[in-house]
Write a protein that binds this ligand. Structure first.
Ligand SMILES: [Zn+2]
Length: 491
């Protein structure tokens, strides 16, 4: 099957990033076959008129969790650990097949609608079994988005903030505590899935994820490092997302460095990407750069959960490769990289009145080539070039965000909201046409979602009541950690 996109302005690698000229792009099957002026359409080709459109590579959201998409719009003004107590799947228990499917589709549908063609879903399976995994992967395959999926594992159950809790009652300890896991069982499950689902169906890819170094034993981290080396798989893990994680790292690691610990267990490699890295030190940033590891920046979640601002201009100066993510729907409330790109540039001015060197082109690179590299698909996606996978987005330049037209890259980052995303192609297949998804009946989906939400609402009310007694202790710990850090004593 061939598809010819005629006469769109096309953002090409090395081309004019502000006023790219119009040309034609021919797709054959799942790949880009030719790029040039006035290409001949093969007889069976579908033709998409690209006049007044901008063609960009599909965006890559390199940090996301699909398990709480149904909790969009629920939470506000909550520090990280309080939010975690409400959003983490362990507190919700087993969900129905219908709910697993609906939540997986919902986040991915919104991503596609906003021009995201690849998501990295770091997913905690509850229960951790093949049935749960297969329902989630099945929903992704049905929708047609590209997914780099990792089974999130942890064997240390404590909340990150646990060491800083005030004296707590057994009742509250029961709420915030958990049972330690078995690293050997976790590693065996992950290894078994890599073997059972090999190769994965088209558009699905594997990655590996210890949830966070401080949530994982050395045995678990070393086991993940070995799987990554054996299978050549990318690794994503949460690092220095919160002040409490920083304080805990100073306490539990020799020398106090989470980055040194990751290096010691064999996980600081070019295949590894660290989510957040808000509280990473200048020395640690240099170490990450030397190792060829990367960072996935999540400005929406970092702000919503009161974690602060990652040192993005420093990452750029040190040459750390950067990707962008939208993170959970329960803390960013959207799957929209236009918001993340804009914040990436604007936050650089948060406390520095001087030029920071974080430009629209850096944000767009993080959302395309940077993301592609992070998810291990550097040669396949992230750019419009002959031979690459046909993951493409057509943006409507007649939209008011683009009037008058001055710069493709700056208006993508500073003006576009997602409203102009008109057509989205993944693996050569049109999955969004003129703003409508082609692989899902959206009205039918809304009806299914409404049914699923009846139980979610009941469970949500119970969960809120069950967790409430622990909140004062968590807020007190949060206050202590922040106060100690502002005094410079590190907690
Ligand atoms: Zn995350």
């Amino acid at each position: 099957m061939a598809l010819l996109i005629k006469g769109a302005r096309v953002l090409l690698p090395g081309g004019d990033i502000h006023r790219p000229p119009a040309c034609d792009v021919l797709l054959h099957g799942d790949r880009i076959a030719a790029i040039g002026p006035a290409l001949e359409a093969p007889p069976d080709a579908e033709i998409i008129d690209g006049a007044s459109k901008l063609l960009i590579p599909g965006l890559v959201s390199a940090h996301y969790h699909s398990y709480d998409t149904l909790l969009k719009g629920r939470f506000e003004d909550m520090p990280f650990d309080v939010w975690a107590l409400h959003s983490q799947p362990a507190y919700w228990g087993k969900r129905s097949r219908e709910e697993l499917r609906a939540r997986t589709l919902l986040g991915a549908m919104e991503a596609l609608r906003n021009g995201i063609t690849t998501i990295q879903d770091m997913n905690s399976l509850v229960p951790q079994d093949e049935e749960t995994l297969d329902i989630i992967l099945g929903a992704y395959a049905e929708l047609g988005i590209r997914v780099v999926f990792s089974i999130a594992v942890r064997d240390l159950p404590d909340l990150d903030i646990a060491p800083f809790l005030p004296e707590i009652s057994p009742e509250i300890a029961a709420i915030v505590g958990g049972k330690p896991g078995d690293p050997a069982a976790d590693l065996a499950f992950v290894a078994a899935q890599l073997k059972r689902l090999s190769p994965l169906p088209p558009r699905l890819h594997w990655a590996l994820s210890p949830s966070g170094p401080q949530r994982s034993s050395t045995a678990l981290l070393e086991g993940i490092a070995a799987l990554s080396a054996d299978h050549g798989l990318p690794v994503f893990t949460h690092v220095y997302e919160t002040r409490a994680q920083l304080a805990k790292a100073r306490r539990i690691y020799p020398g106090g460095s989470m980055i040194a610990h990751i290096a010691e267990v064999g996980l600081l490699t070019p295949r590894t990407t660290l989510a957040h890295a808000v509280y990473i030190s200048p020395e640690e940033i240099a170490q990450v750069a030397r190792a060829g590891a990367g960072v996935v920046h999540n400005p929406l979640a970092n702000l919503k959960l009161k974690n602060g601002v990652a040192p993005v201009s420093r990452f750029k100066v040190e040459g750390v490769r950067l990707a962008l993510g939208c993170d959970n729907n329960s803390c960013s409330d959207c799957q929209n990289l236009f918001q993340a790109m804009k914040l990436m540039c604007l936050l650089a001015a948060g406390n520095d009145p001087n030029p920071a060197g974080v430009l629209a082109e850096d944000a767009l690179a993080a959302a395309t080539t940077g993301g592609a590299q992070a998810v291990g698909l550097r040669a396949e996606i992230g750019a419009i070039a002959v031979g690459r996978k046909a993951d493409l987005v057509l943006i409507d330049l007649d939209d008011l965000a683009w009037q008058p037209f001055a710069s493709a890259t700056r208006q993508l980052v500073f003006s576009e909201t997602g409203r102009g995303v008109q057509t989205v192609i993944v693996d050569g297949r049109v999955v969004l046409r003129d703003g409508r998804l082609t692989t899902v009946d959206e009205a039918e989906f809304r009806a299914e979602l409404a049914e699923v939400m009846e139980k979610v609402e009941r469970d949500y009310a119970q969960l809120i009541a069950r967790q409430a007694p622990a909140i004062p202790a968590l807020l007190e710990a949060n206050r202590r950690v922040a106060e100690a850090q502002s005094r410079g004593s590190g907690a």
